[in-house]
Ligand binder design. Structure first.
Ligand SMILES: [Fe+2]
Ligand SMILES: [Fe+2]
Length: 377
């Protein structure tokens, strides 16, 4: 049941998921680029059926209306952020995110505290920048869903998500600009994924790519950073964003469940392959090659070790804590002889399959409730 090289070539554009040369061969995005144009191939659909047909989506819509917050007035922007101090404190808790012993044969072996701190600061800027660009992707995708989804209840809900995403872009952009002194361009692998999602003409692919995959990963990543960091502004910012993000993932699960239950095996196979492709693109982006370059280290020397670094593997697996149970809920894991299950087994993330899916747990993320990051196992 292992995936063949030909299958991988067709789906992700390379024979092996760990082909480092191929991953690094993707050119970096030009830092001077101001605009990026993507063709949106989908039809805009009116519906004249204004009846309440999907109560779960309408409930989500009501929750969204009362869950609004104001990025300008609800966050303590006048607070000073000491970047070096906050990154140093976070590093003291979990280390550098990678195990220095693992890189004994590389230039990293000579790094002292100063270099590791700088790496931590750049990583923070880079991560939040990718969140920011992903949020803009969500803004565009949700505007697209408002137009393309044929259901009235879903159009109402999607319109609230557009506002949510505008707020997320606003707060991440402001934090990067005012508190971290600027960020990084979008990672090429993330850009490819967002382009694919927007390009596709089938409306459920926007949901699958954005609400299930990108936002599923974001919800887990935000949860991780929210639990880790002691920087009060960032912690609060992430908590607010997560309260929206859980609703967004729930929107994907609740909408697609109905559609996928009625699909043929061949149609489901297309969705399974797309989910796999998205998983690989997101995994590739976390190799943070832009940060290595900034630090003067050739990614070709470090990245091959990174893919097997036990500390990083655990972090990477954690990112799939929401995606796997949600794919299971949608029936994507086991259709077509368990095709996606086998891919998630190969990626080492199948252990999350029995965690609660976001369609059921989203209310736990409402503001005022305690949230924790997903457990590793
Ligand atoms: Fe968002
Ligand atoms: Fe979102």
């Amino acid at each position: 049941m292992t995936i063949t090289h030909e299958e991988n070539e067709a789906i992700i554009g390379r024979a092996s998921i760990n082909d480092i040369e191929a991953i690094l061969a993707t050119p970096l995005v030009d830092p001077n680029e101001v605009e990026h144009v993507v063709k949106n191939n989908a039809d805009s659909i009116f519906t004249w059926d204004y009846s309440l047909a999907r109560p779960q989506l309408r409930k989500l819509y009501e929750k969204a209306k009362t869950g609004q917050w104001n990025g300008t007035t609800d966050l303590p922007w006048d607070m000073d952020v000491d970047v070096e101090k906050t990154v140093a404190e976070d590093q003291a808790l979990i280390g550098n995110g990678i195990d220095p012993n693992w890189y004994a044969e590389t230039p990293l072996a000579k790094w002292g505290d100063k270099e590791w701190l700088e790496f931590g600061i750049q990583s923070r800027k880079w991560s939040l920048s990718q969140f920011l660009h992903g949020e803009q992707g969500a803004l565009i995708c949700t505007a697209k869903i408002t137009e393309t989804v044929p259901w009235y209840d879903a159009k109402l809900y999607a319109s609230t998500q557009v506002v949510d995403e505008a707020r997320h872009v606003e707060v991440f952009a402001r934090y990067l600009d005012e508190k971290l002194g600027g960020g990084y361009p979008i990672n090429a692998h993330l850009e490819m994924l967002l382009d694919d999602i927007i390009n596709d003409s089938r409306w459920d692919f926007t949901y699958l790519g954005m609400q299930i995959m990108v936002e599923g990963l974001a919800l887990a990543a935000f949860g991780y950073l929210h639990q880790l960091t002691n920087e009060p502004l960032l912690k609060q910012l992430l908590r607010y964003v997560m309260s929206d993000e859980a609703r967004h993932v729930a929107f994907g699960v609740l909408s697609l469940k109905e559609v996928y239950d009625g699909m043929s095996d061949a149609e489901i196979k297309d969705r399974q392959e797309f989910a796999y492709e998205a998983s690989i693109r997101m995994r590739d982006r976390f190799l943070q090659q832009e940060v290595w370059r900034h630090m003067g280290v050739d990614p070709k020397v470090v990245v091959p070790l990174m893919v097997n670094d036990p500390g990083r593997k655990m972090f990477q697996q954690l990112l799939f804590a929401k995606i796997v149970p949600n794919c299971k809920k949608l029936g994507l894991l086991d259709r077509n002889d368990k095709w996606l299950r086998h891919r998630f087994e190969e990626m080492g993330v199948i252990q999350f399959e029995n965690m609660e899916n976001t369609g059921e747990e989203y209310l736990q993320f409402e503001l005022g409730k305690e949230v924790g990051a997903p457990a590793a196992n």
